[in-house]
Write a protein that binds this ligand. Sequence first.
Ligand code: PGA
Length: 257
Amino acid sequence: MRKPIVAGNWKMNRTIGEAQDLVSKLRGHCDGLSGVEVVVCPPFTALRATSHALADSSIHLGAQNVHWEPRGAYTGEISAEMLKDVGCEFVILGHSERRQLFGESNQGVSQKIAAVRSVGLTPIVCVGETLAEREANRTFSVIEEQLSGCLASWIRDPVDPLVIAYEPVWAIGTGRNATPEQASEVHAFIRNRLRDLSDEGVSSRTRILYGGSVNPKNIEALMAQLELDGALVGGASLDAESFAHIVKSSIRTYHGI
Ligand code: PGA
């Protein structure tokens, strides 16, 4: 049985004070909930304050990016050890905004996965096709290429937990989400590919999240799909009530209660 994850990707939003405020509201709704792992991923500058604000909470802390080297002359970058030091347990890698706007490659993601694993953090690896790719019937080949490229380092020793987030690029921040059926067929494809790249046990333990315009209205239909193990939420994670609603609906639908 997999435990679903609902992760909030705050992107480049929230100052320290705003982050503390959001987390304290979120704790009121989500602390102590079982049957789910709730993760918040603030910007780097708010990690420390958020980590303090989450003391004794069941909510986990994640970051939105990392550098692949452990230390050195990499101006402006942050290492996996630094993220661990500040209290992170998860790191989002290969988000489509990083791929499109900052030239992140599958190979870079693979190096980052290795760095993240070396300090015991869990990567949340994002994959997803653009609208042009979907319309050209290339969804599965794109996902396939992203998975084999990104997971090149991981498949050498595929034992630690890894989380995959399927985020169709055309659904991110657009209000246009994939239908539950569209999401489900890609999730099933990802799980099969994971099995080919590792084995049945690893593939069936891996949580595969959906991301792209997830909101309190569409979460139930999405989570009702067998292959969905939670959500990576952008815009709706900036509002405590909306995010908490998504978390609670996910628990109910996933566990059938
Ligand atoms: P969105 O973002 O929920 O605002 O579409 C999702 C993401 O980018 O992870």
